[in-house]
Design a protein around this ligand. Structure first.
Ligand SMILES: [Zn+2]
Length: 746
């Protein structure tokens, strides 16, 4: 084999993943050294696409940032001061951004072992213990099934324990390889990892060249535990098509097992017809935004679309980061009679970063399309009040962000700063309701909605995260109708209940609105380009395609205290969970395509808030709206209440329904309401008549004279009551007489 050919390459940063003005002004060429294996001869300048602005190594920049986070101490909640807060804090950021803009990043993106962009057929190995531990399982962050006999286990494991084992990735295209990320085996039964390894490169998978560190073969440091990903940068970035990881030493008590990701930039080839990478045509800021950048972006959207946007905060995280919400509506800042309220919540698990970026993309998209006059968006914004919370757990996100999209592992940043899993932190109302139903003589009489928060949960020392408290009071302040809770790490849409009955680890636990929830989940899953792709492979070990990519939360695994269940049982709002991608924290280069994968789903899901029936419940005389009226749909054991102005929304599938409405002090009212196939609600208004007793109460309270008509009604009412009680007395006496007669005759 010939010696490596050293070439000096002109590396042009095209910056196709960088948005806006920066793209054209900053990314000028500079020189970089790299080597290629012998069979590739480079005689002219090579252009490498810059696909990455994401850090894979912690830098001084991240350390600066973490300092800023800790400087912000927790203090009292400030609601509705978002815009002002942003202005002040933005000035502080300006200096940081100047430095950041100057930073030139040489890191290449991952090939996509984790994201599944690399197909199983591109990964080979010298040997493997069994199918479930085959080379296709050697993907960063892949999760194993429960038992060791699983078909889907938690790593690639070599059959033999020697230094001749390897796992190989075919990048298909010529690639400038820059690094390898290694992780041990995910298993609750055994510990295995690789402690050191060599890297080999090839253009044909026949002739291999070992990566050198000067004159010696480079030995890369691997893992010291099963979970922490460790980055090994190639001493000299090298162009090739194939790359091999060749383990040298491993955990003394274990065997050769690893999960990996490869970093590399695809070498530009003008002859390659597949050069056009998938992306998005929407001109959105496709980057991972830390707290400051998120705030800056939200501010820029309100500046671009001041008429339809409003930023407010619902509280603060434990570390004092504000929980910002962007409201998008034609009349931002206030509830309009009859207009339904919608919310997206992302980043409840801080390391599940895709939802955060999609929500930020959505803000920009709605603003831009509204300005353009795109009919669908104009209609949505005019008829809906949309609330977007991109980061429910900003403390957790900052932890994951500092490590970067590839090195944050599977759990870093999931929890709140206090270590609380926010999706288990809401009050468990399911068991309160089920227990009450069990002891009640008539279970149908037990309240099936608006279940109050239990006493224990309201104690000062209750383990309730400030983030959870903030979201609960937000849910109580706004009459939300529909929501989705955006997560990551799987590809599936789940619907309530999340909590199973009788503590079963998994069991289908449907709500009274199961049919509508299944519809909602299906709407998202069937329009998402990845979920709807019948050829996609499973993320980890569970096959949700069998269930059309939707599943009841309890049937997947029980989660007591989930946000979805709380939302359904404590408020009027229906909420599903969307697991957006196999990779919890996709690389920045994946963001444009992930936006395209989810764009239609995000829009069409919001439009579902206009399904079913809606209307206003009014007092017959005063025409005033009646708050807190109960809306019951026959054969649906889940009621809804009217909002402060008497307006209500009842999500329902097409069909004809008998709807009963009542409110304290009023006679109930019944109507039949028909829901059609069209995606707009049927208007079903109700007018309620006060009971004479209620009217009397109110008149007496005001010290007014009782009008004639009311006197007559009360007279008739009392007469009716007297007759009814006389009948009851007569019936009782007749029964007594019969019993006495029977006793005498025996
Ligand atoms: Zn999650």
């Amino acid at each position: 084999m010939e010696k490596s050919l050293c070439v000096v390459a002109l590396v042009l940063f095209l910056g196709r993943f960088i948005c806006g003005a920066e793209t054209t002004t900053q990314n000028f060429s500079f020189l970089s050294n790299y080597t290629t294996p012998s069979s590739v001869k480079w005689t002219q300048a090579v252009i490498v696409e810059e696909q990455s602005r994401d850090r894979v190594t912690p830098t001084a920049e991240t350390r600066r940032h973490s300092k800023t986070v800790t400087e912000e101490q927790p203090n009292s909640t400030n609601v509705n001061e978002g815009n002002k807060g942003i202005k002040e804090e933005e000035l502080k950021d300006r200096e940081d951004h100047k430095i950041k803009d100057k930073k030139i990043n040489l890191d290449c993106p991952p090939l996509g072992l984790e994201s599944l962009r690399v197909d199983d057929s591109q990964i080979r190995a010298s040997s493997s213990q069994r199918t479930g531990l085959g080379p296709h399982r050697g993907r960063l962050n892949i999760q194993s099934g429960i038992s060791d006999g699983d078909q889907y286990d938690g790593a690639w494991c070599a059959e033999f324990k020697d230094k001749h084992q390897w796992i190989e990735v075919d990048a298909i295209h010529l690639t400038l390889f820059t690094g390898v990320i290694l992780q041990g085996r995910n298993s609750i039964w055994s510990w295995d990892w690789v402690e050191s390894y060599k890297v080999q490169l090839s253009n044909d998978s026949v002739d291999w060249q070992t990566c050198m560190n000067g004159t010696e073969e480079a030995i890369f440091k691997g893992n010291q535990d099963p979970e922490t990903p460790v980055l090994g940068l190639l001493p000299v970035p090298t162009v090739a098509r194939f790359i091999r990881i060749n383990p040298q030493t491993w955990y003394f008590n274990g065997t050769i097992c690893l999960r990996a990701e490869i970093l590399g930039c695809r070498v530009h080839d003008p002859m390659d017809p597949y050069q056009q990478e998938r992306g998005s045509r929407d001109n959105l800021d496709f980057r991972h935004h830390d707290y400051k950048e998120m705030r800056k972006l939200m501010k820029s959207v309100t500046e671009e679309c001041p008429d339809i946007t409003h930023i407010y905060t619902i509280g603060k995280s434990y570390m004092g980061l504000k929980l910002y919400v962007m409201e998008i509506s034609d009349n931002p800042g206030k509830h309009e009679l009859g207009e339904p309220e919608f919310r997206y919540v992302a980043g409840m698990h801080g390391n599940e970063a895709l939802g955060r970026e999609l929500v930020l993309n959505l803000m920009q998209y709605l603003c831009k399309e509204y300005k353009k006059g795109t009919q669908r968006v104009v209609q949505l914004v005019t008829e809906t009040r949309i609330h977007l919370l991109p980061s429910m757990n900003p403390d957790g996100y900052e932890v994951a962000y500092e490590k970067g999209s590839e090195l944050s592992g599977w759990a870093d940043g999931r929890y709140s700063f206090e270590g609380i899993d926010l999706n288990h932190n809401f009050p468990d109302l399911n068991n309160i309701m089920w227990d009450a139903q069990e002891i009640a003589a008539d279970a149908s009489k037990v309240s099936n909605h608006y279940i109050p928060i239990p006493e224990y949960y309201t104690q000062e020392d209750a383990l309730v995260a400030p983030e959870t408290r903030a979201v609960i009071s937000w849910m109580q302040d706004i009459p939300f109708v529909l929501s989705a809770n955006l997560h990551g790490g799987e590809l599936v849409v789940t619907y309530p209940y999340d909590c199973t009955r009788d503590w079963a680890p998994k069991e289908d636990t449907p709500t009274a609105d199961d049919a509508f929830f299944r519809w909602l989940a299906t709407v998202y899953a069937s329009t998402n380009l990845v979920l709807a792709n019948p050829d996609r492979r499973i993320c980890h070990y569970e096959d949700f395609q069998m269930h059309n990519n939707i599943i009841n939360g309890g049937a997947w695994h029980t989660v007591p205290g989930s946000m979805n269940d709380f939302s359904y049982l404590h408020t009027n709002c229906f909420e599903v969970t969307v697991e957006l991608s196999c990779d919890k924290f996709p690389h920045v280069s994946e963001l444009p395509v992930e936006w395209e994968n989810n764009k239609e789903s995000l829009l069409v899901y919001m439009e579902q808030v206009h399904r079913g029936i809606k209307g206003v419940i009014r007092d017959k005389i005063s025409k005033q709206g009646i708050a807190n009226a109960i809306i019951k749909v026959e054969d649906h054991d889940h009621d809804i209440r009217s909002a402060a102005d008497g307006d209500y929304w009842r999500l329902l599938n097409p069909g004809e329904y008998k709807v009963i409405v009542w409110a304290e002090g009023y006679f109930p009212s019944v109507r039949r309401c028909r829901v059609g196939q069209q995606p707009h609600p049927t208007i079903c208004d109700f007018t309620l008549t006060k009971t004479p007793i209620q009217r009397l109460k109110e008149i007496r309270a005001k010290g007014e004279k009782i009008p004639k008509d009311l006197q007559l009604r009360l007279r008739a009412l009392r007469m009716r009551k007297l007759r009814a009680s006389t009948k009851a007395i007569n019936r009782r006496r007749e029964n007594q007489r019969q019993r006495a007669r029977r006793a005498r005759s025996t």
